[in-house]
Design a protein around this ligand. Structure first.
Ligand SMILES: CC(C)(COP(=O)(O)OP(=O)(O)OC[C@H]1O[C@@H](n2cnc3c(N)ncnc32)[C@H](O)[C@@H]1OP(=O)(O)O)[C@@H](O)C(=O)NCCC(=O)NCCS
Length: 158
């Protein structure tokens, strides 16, 4: 498993990861995922002030992490790894690469939102220094009509 900076040509594979993972209901994205639109979003991110990394196994993209500029000095983190690529340290490697990048660029914080029942992701974030900053109470309207809360977690860098 290798982590490297994502380039424009990775956008479709990154969007493909979202499409594969979304049915698990661990992401904000819900099926059906518009892969072309997601890929275009990643290309825009990479062409602008954002950054992304891919997790590869034998040259095949298994996961990604993106950093999106939020407010000055703050990046928002999004990530997903296909089921077959999990549990082998790839998540931690992606987060550590992103934190090193953000810190080197002078950012003071990386934040994210995670479903409160996503124990695996929360464990990864806690292990890499993220703390809970708050709860968005019944904030997201899901496709089934329910309202879902999210935890706000953040990692201070300075
Ligand atoms: C969350 C996710 C990125 C983590 O990736 P991963 O490859 O499993 O991460 P790692 O192998 O680096 O493990 C990270 C930590 O989680 C722990 N962990 C693994 N499985 C776990 C589980 N079922 N429950 C709780 N913790 C678990 C590991 O012990 C590890 O801790 P350590 O590094 O201190 O040993 C991945 O599971 C995923 O993509 N899930 C679906 C999408 C998702 O939830 N994205 C995040 C949305 S906010």
């Amino acid at each position: 498993m290798d982590v490297r900076r994502a380039v424009d040509q990775d956008a479709a594979a990154m969007a493909g990861v979202i499409a594969v993972v979304a049915p698990e209901d661990t992401l904000g994205a819900q099926p059906p995922v518009d892969v072309a639109t997601r890929a275009a979003g990643f290309r825009d991110l990479l062409a602008g002030d954002g950054a992304a990394w891919v997790l590869e196994d034998g040259g095949v993209v298994q996961g990604y992490l993106s950093l999106t500029p939020r407010t000055r000095g703050v990046f928002g983190l999004g990530m997903a790894i296909v089921a077959a690529g999990r549990g082998r340290g790839g998540g931690r490697a992606l987060v550590e690469a992103a934190l090193a990048f953000a810190r080197a660029g002078g950012a003071h914080k990386v934040d994210l939102e995670v479903w409160p029942d996503n124990a695996r992701a929360i464990a990864l974030y806690a292990a890499t220094g993220f703390v809970v900053e708050g709860l968005r109470d019944r904030h997201y309207l899901r496709a089934d009509g329910t309202l879902r809360s999210s935890l706000i977690m953040a990692r201070r860098l300075g």
